[in-house]
Design a protein around this ligand. Sequence first.
Ligand code: HEM
Length: 480
Amino acid sequence: MSIQKDSISPQACGVVKVYAAISGVVILLMMLFGLIMRMTQGQILPIGPEVFYQLMTAHGIGMVAIAGLGGSAVMWHFLGKYVNLREGFAWANLAFFLAGVVFVLGGIFLGGFAAAWTFLYPLPANSMGMWGKHAAAAYMGGVLLVGVGMLLFYLESARAIIQRYGSFAKALGWNFLRNGQDAPPATIIAGTVVTIINIIAILIGAVILVMMLINLYVPEISIHPLLAKNLIFLFGHVFINSTIYMAVIAVYEILPGYTGRPWKVYKTFVWAWSATCLMVLAVYPHHMLMDYAQPVWMHVMGQIISYTSSLPVLALTMTATLGRIYRSNIKWDLTAALLVLSIFGWSAGVIPAVIDGTIVVNQVMHNTMWVPGHFHLYLLLGCVPMILGFINWLSSQGNAAGFGGLDKTMLWTFALSAFAYALMFLISGQASIPRRWAVHLPEWLWYSQLASLFAAGVVLSAMIIIVRALGGIVKPARLS
Ligand code: HEM
């Protein structure tokens, strides 16, 4: 089957391939860390709590960062079709990213930093002897470096979008809402939303990281803990949300090549993305429903916006995906199947989040495994298949893409084991098993042991999908 070649921007190809290759390898490595953690909770592996929390910190920040890099690969690649991006910024982002990773890993595995990826104030500075302040500084400085790189990436995207469309308003499609003409492509609308929200989120993240770095060495300059938590969660929640909003561009751009039906932009699509642009910035308080000192209006906002935030874009993307597949004579291959799977995972993963965003439920469920259940469903079956679909598409572009027995077996193994794995988190949450506990009670062990089996299925199938796709990517470019 031939795949649209016009959707490839040659100048972006080198850097995009490097992003894609790094994303594939790191996703796999972080999955292994996850498997080790789950096996430790099931007492299959004799790993102590210090190492467990180091792995948990590395897995959390590693997965969030690599989902960001993988999503950036998708966004950069397709944005380059419509606007003039300067490749040097993508390389600069990568250089900051890699430098940041060295600091983060040094802080964790050499310095012993293990305060979780959320680095909640004042924990990094209060390790009770578990790590020194230089380790905490290395971790937070590393996250700051990754953020600086990403900021450059989004500032370049913003410049290129404004140069081509004149303003963010036009790129968001607001002119089209008024006059019904010149709708921007779906990629431009999604890319503009992510650019706006992530520039804001990263700047806020940088503010709190710098404040915490100062506090680390000058403890007299203290921070209001509730303010710190708000800033950290705004930054972290928007950033992780935006990974899927970047990666979904793969669905908008690649799937039409399989169905023969272009991804047309309607006014509802423009409304949905504009609404998401505002709501995604205001939804994070659903992580703070147990913070009694938080103003009540923020709790109320957190609950209401949890219900509405992701629904418009998700509902439209889901129905449009189904509509484009229906009677389209789509020729399935691994790429198409992964992309369609990702829409299922994204949709299914939102349901436990909305349940947890309800205040009465949250008071019981929030510190249980229910929460990792929600975001593993959403990210492992939503964001990751989008990125893997993109990597696979990059590797097979220009070629007839078959759907052989191995592809089908790996796809189903991945889909079923990832779903079962996430379900085990949800069932564990329903049984009130707390999250982030290295050592589990004897009656909880079977949950972790069964989950480890499913996790092994995820790691194995993902490894085969990624290794085969990377084999295609590292071959010399076959672009016409
Ligand atoms: C084979 C796949 C995976 C396995 C086995 C796995 C395993 C785990 C485990 C055991 C935890 C700790 C749960 C707890 O006790 O609270 C965890 C947390 C987490 N995982 Fe995964 N995971 C996988 C994939 C992913 C993916 C694809 C992402 C994101 C793209 C992700 C992001 C996270 C994050 C952000 C945390 C929270 C860490 C924290 O609480 O600080 N994981 N994972």
